[in-house]
Design a binder for this molecule. Structure first.
Ligand code: 1HN
Length: 362
C-alpha cells in the first residue's frame, strides 16, 4: 500500500470488528499504525504552523503597557511571546523555535540566570541597555545580533536615566521547543542580581572577531560562537557594499549568514541567523525550505507573499515588524523602496540530520 494514503474503505462488519479491536488494544496503550501511517509520513511537510505577521504599531503599545504593569526584576524577563496563531498555548512561533519581544526600562536589571536553552537577541529599538554573558558586557544597539550560549550566566540591564532615556526592546529567539522535545532543559538562578564583570567590554571581539583565533583555541562555548556580539554597523556596511558592487541573488537579494569564526558553521548549534538587503524595486523569485524562519524588519519596507496548497497570504511589512514563514511554504519577497531583514531558523539542525531541503522556483 502507498503509505501516503489512508487504508481503503472496509465493509461494515470489518469496520465494526476493527473498531472493537482498537478499543481492546487501547486499554493496553496500543494503537494500530495503519490508521495513522499516512499522517506520520506525509508526502511533503504538513506543518500545523501558520504564517503570521506582528505589526510593531500593534505590538508596541502593549509592550509599553507591560512596562507599567510589572518590573523586569519581578518578571525576571519582561517579554511578550510571539505565539504562532495555530499553536496557541505552546509558547512557540514554529514547532521548534521560540520568539518574544523583551522590554527593559532605564534603571532596570533582568537578573542573572543560566539555562541549557541557547538564546539570540536581535535589538529592535532603543539605546543604553547592555547584556552580560560569562563576565563580559556588551552594549545593545539597534540591529545588533547578540548570542547567549547554552549554560552561560546572563543578565541584562539599562544604564539610561529614568524619565529621560528610552526603553530598549529586542527580539529573543530561543531553541526552547527543541529542548522541550528532547526533555533536556536545565536552569539555575544566579546568586547575584547582576553577575560580576570580569572582562573588559569588547575583549571577545578582539580575541575572536578579527579573522584570527588564539594559537591554542579552546572553544570556550563548545559549538557556539566565541563572538557574542555581531554589531549592525559592520553588517550594514557589508551589505551596502555588496548591493552596490556585486551580483544580487534573484531569490534572496543580498543575503549573508552569520558564522562562528572558529568553525564556519552557524553561530549556535541549533539556530542559524541571516541578514539580507533587498534593493529598491526588488521582485524576488519564489522559494521554499524545510526550515521555518522568523524575520525582524530592520529598515525599509516590503511585501512577502506566501503560498501553501490552496492557501495564500500577503504581508506588508515595515521597520520593526516581525513575521514567520513556516516550513515548506512558498515565499516571495518584494520591496519597492528597498529593505534590510534579519532572520533566524533551525537550519543547522536540519543540516546536521541531513534532512534540509530547499527549492528555488522560477
Ligand atoms: C530567557 O532567559 C531570556 O535571558 C529571554 O533574556 C527569554 C524565554 C524563556 C526562557 C528563558 C533572557 C526567555 C528566557
Amino acid at each position: 500500500m502507498d503509505m501516503t494514503s489512508p487504508p481503503s474503505q472496509a465493509s461494515a462488519s470489518d469496520a465494526a470488528a476493527r473498531k472493537a479491536f482498537y478499543e481492546a488494544i487501547a486499554a493496553h496503550s496500543m494503537t494500530p499504525l495503519w490508521e495513522v501511517l499516512h499522517a506520520l509520513v506525509p508526502p511533503s511537510p504538513s506543518t500545523p504552523c501558520q504564517p503570521a505577521l506582528w505589526k510593531y504599531a500593534d505590538v508596541h503599545p502593549y509592550l509599553m503597557q507591560a512596562g507599567q504593569l510589572i518590573t523586569a526584576e519581578e518578571a525576571v524577563r519582561r517579554v511578550l511571546i510571539l505565539e504562532n496563531p495555530a499553536l496557541r498555548g505552546q509558547s512557540c512561533i514554529t514547532q521548534s523555535l521560540y520568539a518574544g519581544l523583551q522590554l527593559i526600562m532605564p534603571g532596570e536589571v533582568a537578573p542573572s540566570h543560566r539555562h541549557t536553552q541557547s538564546a539570540l537577541r536581535f535589538v529592535v529599538e532603543g539605546h543604553g541597555a547592555y547584556t552580560a554573558v560569562d563576565g563580559e558586557r556588551t552594549q545593545m544597539k539597534p540591529g545588533d545580533f547578540i548570542i547567549t550560549p547554552s549554560w552561560t550566566w546572563h543578565d541584562h540591564g539599562h544604564q539610561g536615566h529614568v524619565g529621560s532615556d528610552a526603553p530598549v526592546v529586542w527580539l529573543d529567539g530561543l531553541d526552547i521547543p527543541m529542548l522541550r522535545f528532547f526533555d533536556a532543559g536545565f536552569a539555575e538562578n544566579g546568586s547575584a542580581k547582576s553577575q560580576a564583570v570580569t572582562k573588559p567590554e569588547g575583549i571577545s571581539t578582539h580575541r575572536y572577531g578579527a579573522n584570527m583565533l588564539p594559537m591554542r583555541y579552546d572553544a570556550p562555548f563548545g559549538q557556539t560562537s566565541p563572538i557574542f556580539s555581531y554589531p549592525y554597523e559592520r553588517t550594514r556596511e557589508t551589505l551596502h557594499q555588496l548591493e552596490t558592487h556585486a551580483d544580487i541573488d534573484a531569490w534572496d537579494g543580498t543575503k549573508l549568514r552569520y558564522v562562528n569564526p572558529a568553525t564556519g558553521g552557524s553561530p549556535m548549534p541549533t539556530m542559524a541567523t541571516f541578514m539580507q538587503r533587498l534593493p529598491a524595486g526588488f521582485v524576488g523569485k519564489p522559494y521554499r525550505q524545510t526550515d521555518g524562519a522568523v524575520f525582524s524588519v530592520v529598515e525599509g519596507s516590503g511585501t512577502v507573499m506566501l503560498q501553501r496548497g490552496e492557501q495564500s497570504w500577503t504581508f506588508e511589512f515595515g521597520p520593526r515588524d516581525h513575521f514567520v514563514i513556516p516550513s515548506w511554504h512558498t515565499a516571495q519577497l518584494r520591496s519597492a523602496q528597498g529593505c534590510v531583514l534579519f532572520s533566524f531558523s533551525d537550519r543547522p539542525v536540519h543540516q546536521a540530520l541531513g534532512i534540509h531541503r530547499e527549492e528555488r522556483l522560477s
